[in-house]
Design a protein around this ligand. Structure first.
Ligand SMILES: Nc1nc2c(ncn2[C@@H]2O[C@H](COP(=O)(O)OP(=O)(O)O)[C@@H](O)[C@H]2O)c(=O)[nH]1
Ligand SMILES: [Mg+2]
Length: 368
């Protein structure tokens, strides 16, 4: 199989390029916007075996057998017959099937929804890579966007939104600390003024960082606070926990977001149920959210929710939080680092490997 990406200004142009280059049999594996929506990237695959009709059925049976291997311990009679056929296939197909099995196994453990599982497995199988973790990484890179948060001055204020307890306040504190360490002029505004202790929680961090924490009760006050901190390299806005399933909450959040030149960024706990995380991401994407920070990775064992949020909300991965300590900062998520959570290298628990990752990154950041 061959996998190829095409860049064009419009989807129509990209599809035309796919057809011209790979022919009518090409399968579209992924489409995504590039360059802030100014271009599209279409990844298409062509299966050489589809030019050999006798093999088409075999490929389909193999695909089915690969799935059933992971889903069922006991073979149904009809599957055994299929498996016998499948066992006679050439090495390339066997290798692909065991690659698919490894990836299916990992994704099932992580509670990934079936549509995502299918997409990743298909994309990984088409990558022509033998090592499951590498093929998985290539699939993540093809299927998802990774857009780290800015480390330099940024013209939009960044407003962190999400369910109560998702880690918004800690994310703001971590980013403020990182920004100050990088020599940036950081402004912090909190709109979490009603909940008891909402302001105090953030103030305890901003005080240490010598940042004058601004408070804003609603959209009008937020507009004013934004004007007060104009000129800061980065403006971070903390918000109260709004319930994504309550229309009134989402309306209130939308008007906060419309109070200035603001980018809303979702903060999402990693351990959430996959379907629920996908739904939450979709709701927040309607508010203009385009990327998300994955939090509480140290206390998560199933990361299917993160894939679901990216897929169903159309969101890019930005950073990860894996400790409750402000000093540890956030770690940019990439296809490689995300793969590390699904395919941990050592036998140690994923918490340990994550911790190691985060410490290495923060050390690298502070030395580089
Ligand atoms: N272990 C761990 N705890 C976290 C992480 N992110 C947030 N927390 C904790 O989760 C709780 C809720 O976080 P907070 O930032 O207050 O959530 P908010 O309601 O969205 O503002 C706090 O006790 C945080 O210290 C994380 O990545 N790892
Ligand atoms: Mg908070």
């Amino acid at each position: 199989m061959r996998l190829k990406s095409f860049y064009a200004k419009t989807m129509t142009e990209a599809m035309q390029m796919v057809r011209e280059s790979l022919g009518e049999d090409a399968i579209i594996v992924a489409t995504r916007e590039e360059n802030g929506g100014k271009a599209v990237r279409v990844t298409a695959a062509i299966d050489d075996r589809f030019h050999n009709p006798s093999k088409v059925d075999a490929v389909e049976r193999e695909h089915k057998a690969g799935h059933d291997l992971a889903f069922e311990l006991n073979h149904r009679p009809e599957m055994t017959r299929d498996r016998d056929d499948w066992l006679q296939y050439d090495d390339e197909q066997e290798a692909e099937s065991s690659l698919a099995e490894s990836i299916i196994d990992v994704l099932l453990k992580h509670g990934a929804p079936e549509d995502i599982l299918d997409q990743i497995v298909n994309c990984a199988a088409m990558s022509n890579l033998d090592e499951p973790s590498i093929a998985f990484m290539a699939a993540l890179d093809t299927l998802y966007n990774f857009t780290p948060l800015p480390t330099q001055a940024y013209k939009k204020a960044m407003m962190f939104v999400g369910a109560p307890g998702a880690g918004k306040t800690l994310t703001v504190a971590k980013l403020a600390a990182q920004g100050v360490m990088n020599g940036l002029n950081i402004a912090v505004i909190t709109t979490d003024t009603v909940r008891a202790g909402g302001v105090e929680q953030l103030k305890s961090f901003t005080k240490l960082l010598k940042i004058d924490l601004k408070t804003a009760k609603g959209p009008a006050e937020l507009t004013k606070a934004l004007a007060d901190v104009k000129g800061a390299d980065q403006i971070l806005i903390d918000t109260p926990g709004f319930n994504p399933f309550k229309t009134a909450d989402m309306r209130a959040l939308a008007s906060l977001g419309a109070s200035g030149d603001i980018e809303p960024i979702l903060t999402l706990a990693a351990a959430g149920d996959a379907d629920e995380s996908g739904e939450i991401a979709r709701i927040f994407s309607a508010l203009g959210v385009r990327r998300f920070v994955a939090t509480r990775l140290d206390i998560a064992r199933r990361l299917g929710g993160l894939l679901s949020a990216a897929q169903h909300g159309g969101l890019a991965f930005s950073e990860a939080s894996g400790t409750a300590s402000v000093a540890d900062g956030l770690m940019p998520l990439t296809a490689r680092s995300l793969t590390g959570y699904f395919f941990p290298k050592s036998e140690t628990s994923s918490t340990d490997s994550l911790r190691k990752n985060l410490h290495q990154t923060s050390r690298k950041k502070s030395t580089g």
